[in-house]
Design a protein around this ligand. Sequence first.
Ligand SMILES: CC(C)(COP(=O)(O)OP(=O)(O)OC[C@H]1O[C@@H](n2cnc3c(N)ncnc32)[C@H](O)[C@@H]1OP(=O)(O)O)[C@@H](O)C(=O)NCCC(=O)NCCS
Length: 187
Amino acid sequence: MRCRYTVTMRLKIVPEEQMTPKLDQAIRRGLVICFPEDAEVFSQTRAWHGSAPVWTVVLEHEGEVIAHVGVVERVIRVGARELRVAGVQSVFVLPEFRRRGLTTSLLEKAMQEAEARDLDLGLLFCLPELERVYVRSGWISLGRRPAVRADETGAEVPLPEKNICMFYPLRQLSFPQGPIHLQGNDW
Ligand SMILES: CC(C)(COP(=O)(O)OP(=O)(O)OC[C@H]1O[C@@H](n2cnc3c(N)ncnc32)[C@H](O)[C@@H]1OP(=O)(O)O)[C@@H](O)C(=O)NCCC(=O)NCCS
């Protein structure tokens, strides 16, 4: 694999309270390019299903956001346990910068911050074909674990079966048994 990022690229963590309208717009531009089927949502907001990031990792190059990870913080329930998780959302790398391992750099930075914030583990949902991208960065697949979210009305809605669930060990080194309840909307 080629080098991760070059000296002209800048990787930074942006807490949501420091997010500027300009950076928000630059991230949403990338989201619209990389998730064209969700362009309507991302042209308006970065918050998928209303789940807004608490902090964001961006990689900038020549004034453009070329890669991004948003991180939601949430107390979820797994069986009888409650866990404080770093929910990874909207991972993207612009098409012309893909296949250089930039995702690994972004995820490492995001999980360093999650560790500094004393969270129990990282959690994401993705298509099975992306599993190896995340495994490469230390994520562990839970396969198709039953999971529900609570929508805007509080109703419990199962997560789509097409996705697998993956976690990143932090304070909690293994994932507890039992069904997952996100105790809020998904990300
Ligand atoms: C997924 C994504 C972030 C990967 O970015 P990247 O910088 O290319 O990541 P990496 O370089 O670490 O890994 C690339 C590998 O993933 C594979 N890959 C990426 N997207 C894939 C897909 N949809 N299906 C199958 N494999 C895929 C590539 O073939 C490559 O494999 P290789 O290294 O064995 O050649 C990027 O493809 C992207 O932005 N996609 C659109 C948005 C998206 O789907 N995000 C994930 C949401 S969970």
